[in-house]
Write a protein that binds this ligand. Sequence first.
Ligand code: M6R
Length: 616
Amino acid sequence: MCGIVGYIGRNRAGSIMLDGLKRLEYRGYDSSGMVVSDGKGFEQIKSTGRVVNLEEALEEPQLGGNLGISHTRWATHGDVTEANAHPHTSSDGKISMVHNGVIENHANMKKFLAEKGYTFRSETDSEALCNLIAYHYNKEPKDGEKNPFLEAVRKSLRHVNGTYGIAVICSDFPKELIGARKGSPLIIGIGNGENLLASDVNAITHCTQNVVYLDDNEVVHLKNDDFSITTVSSKSVEAVIHKVDWDTSEAELGEFDNFMQKEIFEQPNSLKNGMRGRFSDDDSTAVFGGLNLNAQELRQIDRILFIACGTAWHACLVAEHLIERFARIPVEVEYASEFRYRDAPLDKNTLVIAISQSGETIDTLGALREAKRKGYRTLAINNSVGSAIARESDGGIYQHAGPEIGVASTKAFTSQIMISALLALYLGRLRDLSYGDGVEIVKALRTVPEQVEELLKQNDKIASIARKYAKYEDCLFLGRQLMFPIALEGALKLKEISYIHAEGYPAAEMKHGPIALISEDCPSVFLAASGEIFSKSLANMQEVKARKGKVICIATKGCDIPDGLVDDLILVPECHEIVKPILMSIPIQLLSYHVALERGCDVDKPRNLAKSVTVE
Ligand code: M6R
């Protein structure tokens, strides 16, 4: 949730960390701070608001020093104040630390430490851990046999209930940086004469592409030229270095005004990348490299359970329709956060699939672990190579959508649907889906990038529709069958970036309650794809019109819509059933985007939100 960058090397730690924080800001943006050490002591600077405020507050000498830790915060404990911003420094001034996660037993820690004379300047849980490290450090014998700083970190972590990704420095050890993780991501960037710590690869790809993904309960001890990993209980761990093969420009804005716009317009490419190398024309099916399940094993599966949160959960609902329809396997979808603590009876031949863009969402990770603990086979559909969910699932499919920086998910959503469609095709062809039907589906999926490209040309038209509706404070999104998840996603997109109250419903459900909201002040967005129940959607639109509600209709070309029924119409190409959810998603993304811009909202950093939710 929060972003962490730590640096040790020969360069100016402050400048490098500032650059990293800017790249990480989507993880949390209510305050930020850094501590830099020049060997003589700590220089600390903090600021509330965006990282740009920190940048303005920083003075030239503070950017120097060859060691430092920094943080961009998404508040959990304590208000958004400078005192609560990280880094936190122990009351004796020896230890400074940044933290991502939640220390659940912080109250007991604080009580214990207060009795020992430690004092607290903030309301955060993190400061308790920082002082606990100082307490153990001060108690640790300094006999030269063991590193007392490292020992103190490990000892303190053994007392933590909760989650952490931390970076810590000690004023007596100006050439050492320590990091550790449990439940919150932390990676090591291996440079030439320098090493970094970060909560996300995005923060360090401008310095190095060689990374080590730290596992839970691991502690890394970094110097300029080397590093070693041990567990919290002091067992040594062999590091595996991975090469991040991202083009660093992928995480930069380029010609675009903001990341949401960039990511909406990248969809022809992200969709192409998700399909690349994944078709077998001979068998008219999809192929995947990393499922770690053979055809026989997959045929044994008689139920699939999808788990996810937010937008990814909406992608699961699409997957449910597609897999049930084309592969005839019963599918259930659960919110990861609910599944984790529910004792849901699952059939023994259930395959559990987690969908997550970041691969670090703690609710989804927790649910995946629970499914594994119960012995179920697990797969992940995920966009972040090396993420916890990717590493902990038994197999998976990478989305290859490229880094998604905008907090509101766009290209990751359509890419998750694309992967779900490929999976439906693959599972279908292992069962009853005919060769001919497979050919049709492959053809349909291959044309999606082009169709999305065409749809994006309606940007100006959708912007002008958005201007008409930006003043309303309520909105309904209505769709049936495969369009219901897209209605939910439309409502989520609109509310998270424009702060308009929006609800998604199956269109027919409107009569059972939500219709009470319809008035000239509450417009409805209908997702009315062609198909056997299109006429039913028209009837639902009539019901809205009869109550003076405005109707924005997103429909497939060729649909017969009576004159005067809709106030605004956006048409998507007529297409195969399997690709409708992707195509219908583009207008709802553009509509929400332009409404938010019209209302003067920051689309990339909506209030209260953060990308990658690593707290429960
Ligand atoms: O990284 P994940 O896909 O696991 O994230 C899940 C949700 O937190 C995420 O989709 C969230 O709902 C977005 N803000 C939606 O735009």
